[in-house]
Design a protein around this ligand. Structure first.
Ligand code: ZN
Length: 194
């Protein structure tokens, strides 16, 4: 039996996705082996990350009220790419091609799990759309939940603005963040009107 504080560290690490008890134990031993500087850096990283918040415009992660993308004058504010997570936003950014802005939904509609449109960041999306908005690009996972959400959004928005979707290329059931840059770039270039 480990001392309670060590057991506690293992249990906390075990809360991370993909970290089983064995891995958590290995991580905890690795942390024990660190010197004070390394431990301090880790604690500091945790503290700084806990100050992160959601951008008041798009829902992206940020340290300020508005994220770097929303406050960048070079980005086209009239082209809005809708993604389900910050992770997907960064996947698209890594393509280095898209010059519009984003809107992060923080999930997808799933009736069975009780995730309804009003629990997602959809009201703020509706509020952002105005006469200057040129296009809303739906870049959601090609899964059942992604499809349901895309359908909901296109019904909601398509009489106000041009709504497009990424071309197929990412197989159904796949995840956007697993697509390689080339596939994603093609899917963007070949996007279709809803
Ligand atoms: Zn933003």
């Amino acid at each position: 039996m480990y001392p309670a504080s060590f057991e506690n560290l293992i249990l906390e690490l075990h809360k991370l996705p993909g970290v089983g008890m064995k891995s958590a134990e290995r991580m905890a031993f690795a942390i024990l082996g660190w010197d004070d500087d390394q431990k301090e850096q880790m604690i500091d990283a945790f503290k700084k990350a806990s100050n992160l918040k959601h951008c008041k415009v798009c829902g992206n992660l940020t340290e300020e009220d508005e994220c770097e993308i929303c406050s960048d004058p070079e980005r086209n504010k009239n082209q809005i790419c809708v993604v389900q997570s910050e992770k997907d936003l960064y996947t698209i950014e890594s393509m280095n091609e898209y010059k519009g802005v984003y809107h992060v939904l923080h999930g997808t509609i799933n009736i069975q799990k009780g995730i309804l449109p009003d629990q997602l960041n959809i009201d703020a999306l509706e509020d952002r759309i105005n006469d200057d908005t040129e296009e809303v690009i739906l870049a959601l996972d090609p899964t059942q939940d992604g499809e349901t959400t895309a359908l909901y959004l296109s019904r909601l928005l398509s009489d106000r603005v041009l709504v497009t979707r990424l071309a197929s290329g990412i197989p159904f059931g796949g995840k956007l963040d697993y697509a390689d840059a080339k596939t994603l770039s093609k899917a963007f270039a070949g996007r279709t009107k809803e």
